[in-house]
Design a protein around this ligand. Structure first.
Ligand SMILES: NC(=O)c1ccc[n+]([C@@H]2O[C@H](COP(=O)([O-])OP(=O)(O)OC[C@H]3O[C@@H](n4cnc5c(N)ncnc54)[C@H](O)[C@@H]3O)[C@@H](O)[C@H]2O)c1
Length: 426
């Protein structure tokens, strides 16, 4: 029997829609065909229109025109945070099944409304909590479910954001300010909160949280520093120098043609030194990290209690050299540990020897969130063709992690007071 080719539209052709998903979709020719795209940025619209081989008449620069009709089997909504629900509602009305970027929204009414509408229209929404789909997280779940550590009692989870990534996204970049982005514990860590509820196998009951913007503010600007790195006397010595991060950093990793974060500060393809230099000379990513309009935190800790009694802590930390998650599961018969930086999972059985798995032995595709971006799309095909009835990151499941993030932020702003999740569920 001939395989069904799913038609796909994408609105928002940035790092996610253009790079992470679009570029993978076009390698899966027997499964997907990108037919329609929309972006207000004409450079991107042209670039990805050509790359994805989308007919000129199917490229839209106007959201209203794009949403006049249903164009394809699936719609990827990969615009910025605050646009997701507005666009998802239009898409549901048209009858689309949707792949929706996280965070869904930081407005509790919008979250509830979207879930209600998805049920009413009986459409699928796959939220891009891509980490759930990685072989690493699935291996952890398999070990936990096997009973190898006995009864799970608590979890200690650290998200190592990395010093330069913090500066890139949360000081100079799109998620720097609460005026136009969700709180950092949602923007960066709704993945982690989602993983925790999945590992625990229960909804969260209550949270408390503390955190702050400790460093990236004017009082820490070195004496005589300029507002832009290219004009600054510390350009060759500052840890956060844009030249160090984007130009020397690009050289240090072998001058790649098209990878994050270099391909996000310039639309030039392939990346070149001239394009990077131009971006830091004129664009937002060349600003001094102590002279930006940022207000989101650079450190936050959340303590959680789940309905089944399991407790967990989540630490989101900017000031760290190597990225990835460190997760420790504490059980009555053993301990389980993930170190993404070391690339290992270790089972420490209290009754016997340790077992170590190397992540590279589990998969040869770790590109894009440890392979999660690609595995989610593989699973999308199975879901849309009826092979797999269950969306792991459904709207209802995903909303829970958003409630946890909202409650954590409420607690942080109230100096660490305990907040019950139930009030968000309404
Ligand atoms: N799942 C993940 O792990 C993950 C990782 C990074 C980012 N994200 C989320 O993905 C989303 C997109 O992030 P990104 O890095 O690709 O951002 P981006 O800014 O690179 O891309 C967004 C695109 O949307 C376009 N756009 C803006 N308004 C539009 C409109 N009205 N109509 C059509 N297009 C419009 C912009 O021009 C831009 O090209 C964000 O919500 C972000 O939080 C998720």
């Amino acid at each position: 029997m001939e395989k069904k080719i799913l038609t796909v539209s994408i609105i928002g052709l940035g790092g996610r829609g253009g790079e992470a998903y679009g570029r993978y979709l076009i390698t899966q020719k027997e499964k997907f065909k990108i037919t329609h795209i929309c972006d207000i940025n004409h450079v991107r619209l042209h670039k990805y229109g050509e790359t994805f081989d989308v007919a000129e008449e199917n490229r839209f620069d106007d959201e209203d025109k794009f949403f006049e009709k249903k164009w394809s089997d699936v719609l990827f909504i990969t615009t910025q945070d605050r646009m997701h629900v507005r666009m998802a509602k239009k898409a549901l009305e048209l009858g689309y099944d949707i792949v929706l970027e996280k965070p869904i929204s930081d407005d509790v009414e919008e979250l509830r409304e979207l879930s209600r509408l998805a049920h009413e229209k009986q459409r699928k929404i796959m939220v891009c909590h891509v980490l759930r789909y990685t072989v690493t997280m699935r291996k952890l779940k398999e070990i936990l479910n096997s009973g190898a550590i006995g009864k799970l009692v608590s979890i200690d989870h650290t998200e190592n954001v990395v010093y330069w990534h913090e500066a890139h996204s949360y000081v100079r970049g799109n998620w720097r300010n609460r005026k136009f982005a969700t709180p950092m514990i949602m923007a960066k860590c709704c993945h982690d909160l989602d993983l925790l509820q999945d590992f625990v196998g229960s909804r969260c009951k209550s949270v408390a949280s503390m955190g702050s913007l400790a460093y990236f503010k004017p009082e820490f600007k070195p004496e005589g520093a300029a507002d832009r790195c290219v004009n600054c006397k510390y350009i060759d010595t500052c840890t956060y120098s844009a030249k160090k991060i984007y130009v020397r950093g690009w050289y240090n990793v072998g001058k790649p043609l098209n990878i994050f974060p270099f391909n996000l500060i310039t639309d030039a393809y392939p990346t070149t030194e001239e394009a990077l230099t131009e971006a830091i000379t004129t664009g937002p990513y060349g600003r001094c990290v102590f002279a930006c309009d940022n207000d989101v935190v650079d450190n936050q800790t959340v303590i959680m209690q789940f309905e089944n009694g399991i407790t967990a802590t989540l630490k989101m930390e900017a000031f760290v050299k190597n990225g990835g998650r460190d997760i420790r599961f504490f059980g009555t018969d053993g301990e389980l540990e993930l170190s993404e930086a070391n690339g290992t999972i270790t089972l420490k059985d209290y009754r016997g020897a340790d077992t170590v798995w190397k992540i590279t032995d589990l998969t040869d595709d770790l590109e894009g969130h440890g392979g999660g971006d690609h595995r989610m799309i593989d699973e999308l095909y199975d879901i849309m063709t009826g092979k797999n009835p269950q969306v792991a990151t459904s709207i209802d499941e995903s909303i829970e992690s958003h409630y946890m993030a909202l409650a954590a932020e409420e607690s942080r702003l109230a100096g660490g007071q305990l907040v019950q999740i139930e009030k968000y569920r309404g």
